[in-house]
Structure formats: C-alpha cells, structure tokens
Design a protein around this ligand. Structure first.
Ligand SMILES: Cc1cc2nc3c(=O)[nH]c(=O)nc-3n(C[C@H](O)[C@H](O)[C@H](O)COP(=O)(O)O)c2cc1C
Length: 364
C-alpha cells in the first residue's frame, strides 16, 4: 500500500477554517496526561507498519511529538522472541544508541487472534516498559483478516470483547490499555451495531481511550475518512476520551479534526512519513506562531539523524532498504524534489545516503 495513496484526495477544505485561533485556544483534556504523563498535546504519531520503528519515533519526538504507538506487533512473534519483539526491545536500543531513553511515552500495539496469546504478549510488552498497551482491532490487510486478526474482529463482537477483556485483566492495572478501531467492518447496519458493542465494551472494561480510524475495514484506505461519524460518536458519548484518525496531512488538519469532530486527540499517520515537522508546526500553531516549513539545513539534520538511528536499530543493510522509502517522502520538501527523489531511490548504504545528503542538502 502506498503511504501517500490518498494525499491528493483531501476531502476536507481548509480554506474557511481558522486553525490558528483554534490551536491557540485548544485546551487538552487532562485525562490524557493523567493516564500517560508526558502526553501533553492533542496529537501523536500513529502506528504505521513498516515505518514507525524507534528511528521514526525518536525523530518525531525531537520535533515535538508527545506520544507514539509502535506498528502492530504480532502476539506470536512477541511470544517467540521473534522479529517484532526485537524491534520493540527498548533495552537493546538504550545500549546501542544515544537517545534511546527518548522513546517514551510509548504504546506497544499488539495484534493477534487468540485472546490468551494476545494477553500474554501484552504482559510481555508491559514488562518491557511500554507505558500503554494498544490492542489493534482495525488492520484491514487481507492476510491478517484471513487469520482472524485486526479488523476481522469488527465483524465478530463477541470475540473482540473477549480479547479486550482478557488483555485488560492480564495487564497490570496501573498501565492503561487502549484500542485501535475502524468505524465498522463495512457499511451494513449490522456492522454499525457490531462496532457499537465493541466500542462500548472497551470503555466498560476500563480502556482509557479508543482511537477510531473513520473508514470501514472493507474500505481500506479508499475514499475520505468519515469525520461526520466521529462527530456523531463524540456527541453521543461526550464523557468519553475518544481519539480520531484519518486524513491528517497538514498541521492545520489536526486542529480542524479536533474542532469539527470533538475527538480529544488526533493520530498523525501518513501525514508524518518523511514529515516529522508536522509536529513542530502543530506546536507552533498552539503557541500562536505561523507554522514554518523546514529549512534545507533542518532537513539535512533530520535526514542524517533518521538514517543513523535506523542503522543503530536495524543494521546498515536493512536501514538502507527502509530509508529509501523515507527518502522518497522527505524529498517532497526539497525545491528539486524530482531529482532528490531519484537519488534516494538508488540508496543502498550509509555512504549512498550521505552522498545524496551532501549533494542536495549541504548549505553554505
Ligand atoms: C503503511 C501503513 C501502515 C499502517 N500500520 C498500522 C499499524 O501497524 N497499526 C495501526 O494501528 N494502524 C496502522 N495504520 C493505520 C494508520 O495508523 C491510520 O489509522 C490510517 O493511515 C489513517 O490515517 P491517515 O489517513 O491520516 O493516514 C497503517 C497505515 C498505513 C498507511
């Protein structure tokens, strides 16, 4: 799936909306920092499989992102000490790179199919120092649904509630549990009822919040995120902390979603791939300043930071492969975007990355 699939189909106009004044006046719901100390602004970096590793998270945090979610970590891999676990292992990170301690507060997101396994995986993450356990009942990827994971659960409310209950019971009560949902499995009336049951059971079980991506599972990423659905949901449950997701591309979109839908915080997803400055710009808006685009010198710093942290976590070979897709997205900020993108596409090693950076980003 392309990380920028619907960026040009922005459904929500920004012209008549005064994001600057909404941002300046915005008051964070205090239940958020009470649940997660340090979560001090109404936005965060979403889970993004294949992207949101510790390197992307640390870079985002340095630009003002107050809270991050890991990509969905498969319960069985976590229990087997496999790839997902290694990726999430903050202890290694602390040893191998300076700045590993920066990667907090952090939600570890679990995905799986058996309530018992998911609960055991959640406890492992809690033991590793994750501040929040997030349960993924949203992922639309076909092979995931075929194995009865992620978004599949939205069509099976009993099973979804069982997962939510068993995970909440297993995780120490001081650690908040949260859930990622989509607005329903599909457009049918039955699916709407199923969503409602799952959503209610999460809050009844003591989940701190649900993040609702306002597309159906069937819809995947096609078409706009239905912000009206979010507005209706928050109106019906105005005492609940509900987070929103879908179609956040600019810092102004964060405050427009907050004000149009009444959600208490906003997940920034595709809009922050290769664009960690969206977090700085959101904070600038809150401080009454105009959001400033990243200078070439700032871009250079972030490109080098992101690559070096990625090498520390992933090793040079994997970092080379992973960073190509980031480079393509970072190139959009450069005045010669086309040429820079072409150059990033060919990167294989640290030397290649550094040479693209010194050719295109060195400023005198
Ligand atoms: C490449 C990609 C990977 C994703 N991986 C995850 C994931 O692991 N966990 C999750 O909760 N959501 C995941 N999402 C969904 C996003 O967090 C977000 O809800 C969705 O992209 C809608 O927001 P947007 O329209 O602003 O991008 C992923 C989305 C994309 C595009």
């Amino acid at each position: 799936m392309s990380a920028s699939a619907s960026q040009d189909e922005r459904p929500h106009s920004t012209t008549s909306y005064d994001a600057a004044s909404a941002a300046r006046q915005y008051e964070l719901d205090q239940r958020i920092p009470q649940a997660v100390p340090g979560f001090d602004a109404p936005f965060f970096q979403a889970g993004l499989a294949g992207y949101s590793d510790a390197a992307m998270r640390i870079v985002a945090r340095r630009q003002g992102c107050p809270f991050c979610v890991t990509e969905a970590l498969l319960d069985r891999l976590l229990l087997a000490g496999g790839r997902g676990f290694a990726k999430a292992d903050l202890a290694d990170l602390r040893e191998s790179i300076p700045g590993g301690e920066e990667d907090h507060p952090l939600a570890g997101q679990i995905i799986g199919s058996q309530p018992g396994e998911m609960a055991r995986a959640a406890v492992l993450l809690a033991d590793q120092g994750f501040e929040v356990i997030d349960v993924n009942l949203a992922c639309p990827v076909k092979k995931i649904a075929r194995k009865y994971r992620g978004g599949h659960f939205l069509a099976h409310p009993e099973q979804a509630s069982a997962v939510l209950r068993v995970v909440r019971e297993a995780v120490p009560s001081a650690i908040p549990c949260t859930v990622k949902l989509r607005l329903a499995w599909d457009d049918s009336p039955q699916a709407a009822l199923d969503f409602e049951r799952i959503f209610n059971s999460a809050y009844d079980l003591g989940y701190a919040w649900a993040t609702v991506h306002a597309r159906t599972v069937k819809q995947k990423y096609i078409g706009p995120s239905d912000w009206r659905f979010l507005a209706e949901l928050t109106a019906r449950y105005d005492d609940r902390v509900i987070f929103g997701s879908g179609d956040i591309w600019q810092p102004e979109d964060i405050f427009r979603m907050l004000s149009e839908t009444g959600v208490k915080a906003v997940a920034v997803a595709r809009g922050c791939i290769g664009n960690p400055w969206i977090f700085r710009q959101a904070r600038q808006l809150m401080a009454g300043q105009a959001p400033s685009p990243p200078t070439i010198a700032e871009q250079r710093d972030v490109l080098l930071q992101h690559f070096h942290i990625s090498v520390a976590i992933n090793g040079e070979r994997l970092a080379g492969r992973m960073m190509r897709k980031f480079g393509i997205m970072f190139s959009r900020h450069h005045p010669s975007a086309g040429a820079v993108k072409e150059a990033f596409v060919k990167v294989k090693s640290r030397a290649d990355w550094e040479s693209v950076v010194s050719e295109h980003y060195d400023v005198l």
